[in-house]
Design a protein around this ligand. Structure first.
Ligand SMILES: NC(=O)c1ccc[n+]([C@@H]2O[C@H](COP(=O)([O-])OP(=O)(O)OC[C@H]3O[C@@H](n4cnc5c(N)ncnc54)[C@H](O)[C@@H]3O)[C@@H](O)[C@H]2O)c1
Ligand SMILES: [Zn+2]
Ligand SMILES: [Zn+2]
Length: 342
């Protein structure tokens, strides 16, 4: 089968012929229809410091996908051939304290699809049936392909109650944009979002945010004034991984405000901890998705009319992967999709 692989420890990806994955008794084999390109894939392609310590070659990359089940292992009972599925890309150990307590998203020994084992940028992918999410209600294929990052957005946005609250999102990348759509849909009063890319701020306006602020030439305090807020934001969703964004967020939260932090900073950085203490802020780290409460929420939010269409801005056949990756790496658009049937 065709697959996008990291062949050797060096920059770049290659479209290669590799054997189809085999499945064990608890696994399913999925014919991949569409995939989403994630920041993680860009790191692996660029072969930066993180990739060099995280990846063993050769590796089939990719973890955001939708496909159809074409074979099941003999012990699989809850997934059938023909089911349309997306996949939870975090494979958990099943044995640690959190796994045993049913808190699988807190597993200490998570292995990442397309990172720690062969992934989904291929014509077929194998996955434990426990990691498969069956789309019981039809979902647009491009949206189904990005359930994994949509899940990051939902997990973060729904970490704290936001009905009627004023929500600040720093970073209007694909995940920040989806979080803005979720916060709007879920009943926030104001949703303000910041970024340094005018193109991405424009996408945020299409989604219907109250305010899209360019952090290059305005502060969040300016944004507060524009919205008429008097005491600060109630809920903060950090989705840029940038120290200056986190600092400005902390400075503009209401007393007792709550911050859910998904953005992954590249390095340690300082924040005004005295402010965190005296404003009595809560900061919660978010990793992955809750299994499978977040997935349930994603499906029913879409059923309830949540519109993510503006978030998808690039569509390519898999043979044009170089152009697709360049598009995704530009930092200007939303999500980029690879079609594995074209
Ligand atoms: N914790 C997890 O499980 C998890 C999963 C996926 C992604 N992530 C992280 O979440 C973040 C968002 O993911 P993404 O795919 O949308 O990434 P992205 O890199 O596309 O988006 C980040 C955005 O932040 C913007 N930005 C840069 N400086 C800024 C500033 N000073 N103020 C406001 N915005 C600024 C960038 O222009 C970009 O649009 C990334 O840091 C990513 O590494 C975490
Ligand atoms: Zn991803
Ligand atoms: Zn575990």
């Amino acid at each position: 089968m065709k697959a996008l692989i990291k062949e050797k420890p060096e920059q770049g990806l290659r479209l290669a012929d590799v054997p189809e994955p085999s499945i064990g008794p608890g696994d399913v084999l999925i014919k991949v229809l569409r995939t989403g390109i994630c920041g993680t894939d860009l790191h692996i392609r660029a072969w930066d410091g993180w990739a060099q310590q995280a990846i063993r070659t050769p590796l089939v990359v990719g973890h955001e996908f939708v496909g159809d089940v074409v074979a099941i292992g003999r012990d699989v009972v809850d997934v059938a051939v023909g089911d349309r599925v997306s996949g939870e890309g975090h494979l958990v150990c099943g044995k640690c304290r959190n796994c045993q307590a049913g808190r699988r998203h807190l597993c200490r020994a998570t292995v990442g699809l397309g990172v720690g084992r062969d992934g989904a940028f291929a014509e077929y992918v194998a996955l434990p049936s426990a990691n498969v999410w069956v789309h019981r209600v039809p979902v647009d294929l491009d949206i189904a392909a990005i359930f994994d990052p949509f899940g990051n957005a939902v997990h973060t946005a729904l970490s704290f109650p936001l009905v009627g609250e004023d929500v600040l999102i720093t970073g209007a990348g694909p995940i920040g944009l989806m979080a803005a759509a979720v916060a709007r849909h879920a009943g926030a009063r104001h949703v303000a979002i910041t970024d340094v890319s005018e193109e991405r701020l424009e996408l945020a306006r299409k989604i219907g945010v109250s305010l899209a602020l360019d952090a290059k030439d305005a502060t969040i305090a300016d944004g507060q004034r524009e919205l008429g807020l008097r005491e600060g934001f109630d809920v903060g969703l950090e989705m840029s991984g940038r120290p200056e964004a986190m600092r400005d967020m902390i400075a503009n939260m209401t007393h007792g405000g709550r911050i859910a932090m998904l953005g992954l900073p590249a390095q340690e950085f300082a924040v005004d901890w005295a402010r965190v203490v005296t404003s009595m802020l809560t900061v919660k780290g978010i990793y992955g998705r809750e299994m499978f409460e977040t997935w349930y929420a994603m499906s029913v939010l879409l059923e309830g009319g949540l519109d993510l269409a503006p978030v998808i801005t690039g569509r390519y056949g898999y043979r044009d992967f170089e152009a697709a990756f360049t598009d995704a790496a530009s930092g200007k658009g939303g999500k980029v999709i690879l079609d594995w049937t074209a």
